[in-house]
Design a protein around this ligand. Structure first.
Ligand code: ADP
Length: 165
């Protein structure tokens, strides 16, 4: 059985992430979407909120499971016998950091291959940061996030924006 891990912040999940999830789920028997919990990073959504949003928009994909993790992705992949670590690439600007990360991950776990999936032309401009910025400033994010979680994402971002104003 081929298991892959797709790690990220997903703060919050966007249509770009969801597209990578669908495509990776079609390539592997099991896909574990790993929500990073990094104590040095500031997230808008808690790890559980990020995981729940991901669960809500992936319920229809049977071979996808959502987990949270606060350690090294390469070691997590080794623990669950994953043979691949999936990354989405939007542009050359993503490549540099992702390439370095893939070399480190190979040092830590030589049995997991990093697999890069290119973003589609319709989502190559999409990031969680952009979604938060547009929404906080009152813009419509309907085209950028899955419809079933639009309301939850908008509510949280707008509440946070109000707190800061
Ligand atoms: P971001 O905040 O930039 O969206 P994440 O850490 O949540 O970053 O991203 C997790 C993974 O998903 C990374 O491999 C990232 O390159 C990829 N990714 C993020 N957005 C997209 C997108 N629009 N299309 C393809 N891959 C993406």
């Amino acid at each position: 059985m081929k298991i892959a891990v797709y790690p990220g912040s997903f703060d919050p999940v966007t249509n770009g992430h969801l597209e990578i999830i669908r495509r990776a789920a079609a390539l592997f028997d099991q896909l574990v979407v790993l929500v990073a919990v990094n104590a040095t990073k500031h997230y808008l959504f808690t790890a559980e909120e990020r995981a729940d949003l991901l669960r809500s928009c992936t319920v229809a994909i049977p071979n996808v499971t959502i987990k949270t993790h606060d350690g090294l992705v390469a070691l997590y992949a080794s623990d669950i016998n994953a043979t691949a670590i999936v990354k989405g690439l939007r542009a050359m600007s993503d490549f540099d950091a992702e390439f370095q990360q893939s070399l480190i991950n190979r040092q830590l776990n030589e049995t997991a291959e990093t697999v890069f999936l290119p973003a589609s032309s319709s989502s190559m401009f999409l990031s969680s940061g952009m979604v938060k910025q547009v929404c906080a400033l009152g813009g419509n994010i309907q085209a950028f996030v899955p419809p079933e979680i639009l309301w939850q994402i908008e509510t949280k971002i707008r509440a946070q924006a109000q707190k800061q104003s």
